[in-house]
Each structure stands twice: as C-alpha cells, then as structure tokens.
Design a protein around this ligand. Structure first.
Ligand code: F6R
Length: 614
C-alpha cells in the first residue's frame, strides 16, 4: 500500500526522501511523487506514474531546487487510475500546500460537492485531493497548519495517514493518522515521519509510534503530538531492533531469495531466550493474561498469516488443551461472532497493519475478549491496540509475499500454546518437553532443507509452462499445502489450489488428469495418528489417474517411492516441526517458477505488502 515519508532538518532532503521511498517500494505502488518547501523558493512538486525510477529520471531532467523540508509518497491506486494527475502529492487550490495520503477517505464525494459549491474543483480522480483543499481552507482561517489539519481530520471518514507541508512554513511537516500507520524517526537536528521505520532506519533507530486519532507536528528541533481534539499526548519511544543492512539484498538476487534463506535465523530469533528444552516458556509480555480465565482461543488473520494460525490452532489444542479455531479476519468481524471475556483472540500479522485484522481485533476487544498479537513490526497498530504482543523478531520482510514471517509466526503460535499449556492441568509434560527439544533443533534442520534449492530450480525449469498445480496435505501439512499454493499464485501467476488430502475424494479428484502436477506433503511414517498410510493411499489414487506426484516426505520413506515422480526428502522431525521444513521447498518452488517465467519475485503484480484498506 502507499508509502509515506516526511523530513525536516538541515540537509538537502530530496535524496533522503527518495531513499526513504526506495525502502518502502516493497509495499507495492504504481506512482510516486515529492513536494519540497524551502525559505528560498516556492513550493515545488514532481510526481509521475510508474516506478520510482520514472520520478528519479524526471527529477534529473527537471531538477528541483535544494530544500530542507519535504514530503514524498508512493501511491497504490484505489480511486482513479495510476497516472501523473492522480499521483500524490496533491496541491490545494492556492498552490501553496501539498498533501499526501495513505488509506481511503470514504466521504470524499460529499466533501468534493461541498467544495465545488464554494468554487473549489478537484482536478484528480482521487479521494485524497479534497483533504488538501480542506486543510488549505482551514489554514486560511486559522493561520496554523497543525490546527488546520486537526480541523480537517474531524471531517473525514475512513482510514488515513496524512502529511502536509506549506510554502509559508519551511521546517514544519504535520501528520495525522486514523486506521493507517505513521511513525516518527528522531534524529539530531532533523526528524522524520513515515509509514514504516524502514524509510528512516539508515538515519536513526529511535522512533515514536503515533497512536490512533493523533496529530503530529515535526520541526528540526522537536516533535509534538496531540489527539484530534488537541489534547497533548506523550508518545511511546522504541528502538528499532534491526539496522538498515537487514533491509538490503546483501548480495542476493532478490529479497525473496534472501528471506527464504533467512528462515532458520528468523525461527531462531523467535525462540531466542523464550524456550528451554524442558518446555519452560519465558514470555513476560503475556503476564496480563494471568488474570483471565481463558476457555477458548480464536485466531484471526489473513492469507499466509492465517495458514500459520491454522497450524497454531492445532498446537493450542494439542499442547494447551484449549479449544482453538481460526477465522479469516474479514469474515470474523462481520458475522457477529460470539466472543466474551473467556475468549482469547490472537491476531497473527507480519505487518501489524492489515486493516481486516485490525478491525477483527477491535471487534474482539469491544466484546470483552482478551487480545494477543503475534506480529513482526514494532510500533505497528495491531500490537499497539492489543493487550499483549509476541513479536516474532524475524527481521524486516521486504518481498511482498511472506516467507520467513510464516515460519516465525508458526513458532510464535507454538510458544503461545506452550505458555498456556503450563497453566493447563491436563497438558502432558512429556509432550511439551518433546516439542520444545524439537523446536530448538528446528533452525539447523531448516538450514539443511535449504540445500534442496538447486534441485527445485531444475524442477521449476521444466514446469515453467504449467497452467495448474495442486497441493495436498493433512493435519499440519494441510496449511502447508495452502501456503505452497498461495505462493505459486502470487509469485508465478499460475493457478494453484491447496486441499486437505482427505477432501480429495469429496470433489477435487475430478481435477486430476494425466500430467496434472500435484505436490503432496507427506507426514512422517512414524506419525502416531497413522496419517502416513492415508496420505500414501491418496497418492496412489491420484497417481492411478495419471498425476505427476512430487512428494515432500521424510528421508528414507520407502512407501512413497513407487508412486512419486519426485521425492523431496525432509529430515526426520517432530510432527509439529515438519511444517517448518516442508514449507521451504514450496517457497523455493514458487520463487523458482516465477524466475523461470522471468517475473519480478519481490513485487508481484497487483499486490501490496501491507493491506491497510478493508
Ligand atoms: C502472502 C502474503 C499475504 C499476507 C496477508 C496478511 O504471501 O504475504 O497473504 O500474509 O496479507 O498480512 P499480514 O501478515 O501483514 O497481516
């Protein structure tokens, strides 16, 4: 979704703003623009549809004068096509004020009609432009930019982060946020505003998170935060727990390749200092739950995070003996779910900004549920609004499609399950020790799994013309199948479906025809629930109908060999560690197939990294 950067300080800010936008490119966008204010010049803007490079080329061809205050934006089109006019910043009618926006202003049409009656016409198709005109109008009345923005936001419905800058106020940028992210970077004699710390982390790791319905004013000397009604707020400071190099490719061909390879480290970081082999979990952040009598857990999440949550729900019931379910956040919120003070609603979100999930969390809290966030992004909205947060500490995930966040989320769910298990009378200590020991060994096994990369790349080459791929799994292998299918859709634009293998005979088997490629996530032959034999029968059924079977199976599993065209071997592991291993070849496959088709694996078409609109 849109990326936002603002700067006030002493150095020429254009390079700072453009570098900030580059670091936000991963969010997905289709146009970019900047506005600069300086005592020695009038307000200057440049904006272009297309990739950031188009804007950079334009700025080289038609340079702007140096300035020490500015705002910059990457737009992900919602209202009106991606063209130069609809790109941000938007100027007010007097040409002195520039505004950028992330989110959706829902009452833009009625505000535009009102402005039109006063002779102010919008020139773009966007929902944003009305806000520029309204702030300028309020500024003409008050002479105070912060107050003008405050008055304007009270008139807006929907979700927004807004930044404004005004020709009369070099050295000042004002921002506001509702339901959309905004963080401040605190520098020496300079300050930053951005939708994400990535935009300024190379300059400062000290940050402030701006809360819901707050207005922030930055100058080179300081930062002032108030609520929309003007009450002063003491914002929370935090230190970003990664540095700029973590958000760089570091010699890898793509962020996707880098992040897939970082999965062992991501999982080790999620576990670090929190789990011992005897099953003891240290998560002081969850102490707030001690007062609650939790009788049910509902996970809310979207996409890949929801698949991680599905595995989490299995773990909750297995280890903590608490009924657990998963719901897509956007379905949960609108079906009037029954939650009460005995319900724990666990949101799983890499970005911590997914609007659907945020709305689900709010709904849960309003209905008395306890809320825990599993999140990868410090200062994000969902952790801010939850009772407690388990940070995954997976490091910045830049590629749009999630990979290392998935495995880290699964492990964070396990930690939650084991934490709650310690309180559960009927939980088995032996089982907890087994899974804990296995989890601590998982990063090394995941590193071993990464060794399949070359083989997967070879397979992807001969499959580049494939039109459809199916994925099957059972128990914790089922969400892995869903995740494998989603990665192939997103990255390689190939139709792919994941199924619970047991569901095959209830319909999907009709899809099997000679040559159909089917990945099967096979549980260990040592699996106590005898699922292995059932999955091997499923393989036989599809093989008998001509499918090409690629089995992801435990090393030495002789039962699958006669029926599989290819076997990707997984080291023997605890059943709850298997998903962390089996997903790696599927992530690699999605990436390699996309590369074989010549596609951009980091920024697939139509997708945004952080979905901040419902
Ligand atoms: C898939 C993917 C998405 C996200 C989903 C939720 O590769 O990245 O499906 O998992 O949009 O995002 P977060 O985790 O940020 O809430």
């Amino acid at each position: 979704m849109c990326g936002i950067v603002g700067y006030v300080g002493v150095r020429p800010c254009l390079p700072v703003l453009v570098a900030g936008l580059r670091r936000l490119e991963y969010r997905g966008y289709d146009s970019a623009g900047v506005a600069l204010v300086d005592p020695n010049s009038a307000l200057q803007t440049a904006k272009k549809a297309g990739k950031l490079q188009v804007l950079v080329d334009e700025l080289e061809a038609n340079p702007l004068q140096d300035a020490v205050t500015g705002i910059a934006h990457t737009r992900w089109a919602t209202h009106g096509p991606p063209n130069d006019i609809n790109a941000h910043p938007h100027l007010a009618d007097d040409g002195k004020l520039a505004l950028i926006h992330n989110g959706i202003i829902e009452n833009d049409r009625e505000l535009a009609a009102e402005l039109e009656k006063e002779g102010i016409r919008c020139v773009s198709d966007t929902d944003t432009e009305v806000a520029a005109h309204l702030v300028a109008k309020a500024y003409r009345e008050t002479g105070d930019l912060t107050e003008a923005l405050r008055q304007t936001v009270l008139r807006l419905r929907g979700a927004f982060t807004l930044l404004v800058t005004h020709q009369d106020h070099p050295g000042l940028v004002v921002g506001a946020r509702r339901n959309s992210p905004l963080v401040v970077g605190l520098g020496e004699g300079e300050n930053f505003l951005a939708s994400d710390v990535a935009a300024f982390v190379e300059h400062t790791r000290t940050a402030l998170s701006i809360g819901q319905d707050q207005v922030v004013t930055i100058t080179p000397e300081g930062v002032t935060v108030t609520t929309f009604d003007g009450t002063p707020v003491e914002p929370e400071t935090f230190t970003v727990d990664w540095d700029a190099s973590a958000a760089e490719k570091g010699g890898w061909g793509s962020f996707m390749a880098k992040e897939i390879s970082e999965q062992p480290e991501a999982v080790a970081n999620t576990l670090r200092g929190r789990l011992t082999e005897d099953g003891t979990v240290t998560l002081p952040e969850l102490d707030v739950l001690r007062e609650r009598d939790i009788r049910r857990v509902v996970f809310v999440a979207c996409g890949t995070a929801a698949y991680a949550a599905m595995i989490g729900a299995y773990a909750l019931e297995k280890f903590a003996k608490i009924p657990a379910s998963v719901e897509l956040s956007h379905e949960f919120r609108y079906r009037e779910p029954l939650v009460d003070s005995h319900t724990l609603v666990v949101s799983v979100s890499q970005s911590g900004e997914t609007m659907d999930t945020l709305m689900a969390v709010r709904h849960a809290a309003e209905n008395g549920a306890a809320t825990v966030a599993i999140c990868n992004t410090q200062g994000a909205t969902i952790p801010r609004e939850s009772d407690a947060t388990i940070y995954t500490h997976a490091g910045p995930e830049v590629a749009v499609a999630s990979t290392k966040a998935f495995t880290a989320q699964v492990v964070a769910c396990y930690l939650l399950a084991l934490y709650l298990a310690a309180e559960a009378a009927d939980s088995s200590v032996k089982e907890r020790v087994e899974i804990s020991t296995a989890l601590l060994a998982a990063p090394d096994q995941m590193s071993e799994m990464l060794g399949v990369g070359e083989r997967i790349a070879e397979m992807a080459k001969w499959m580049a013309d494939t039109h459809s791929v199916l994925y099957l799994g059972r128990h914790v292998g089922f969400p892995v199948a869903l995740e494998g299918a989603l990665k192939l859709k997103e990255l390689a634009y190939i139709h792919a479906e994941g199924f619970a293998a047991g569901e095959l005979k209830h319909g999907p088997i009709a899809l099997i025809e000679p040559g159909q490629i089917v990945f099967v996530v096979v549980p260990s032959p040592r699996d106590p629930a005898s699922l292995h034999a059932k999955v091997v029968s499923n393989i036989q059924e599809i093989r008998a109908r001509g499918a090409r079977v690629i089995a992801i199976a435990e090393r030495g599993d002789a039962a699958v060999l006669p029926f599989a065209d290819e076997v990707i071997a997984v080291p023997p592991a605890h059943p709850f560690v298997e998903p962390l291993l089996a997903v790696i070849p599927l992530h690699l496959f999605g990436m390699e197939l996309a590369m074989a088709k010549g596609l951009d694996v980091d920024q697939p078409r139509n997708l945004a990294k952080s979905v901040t609109v419902e």
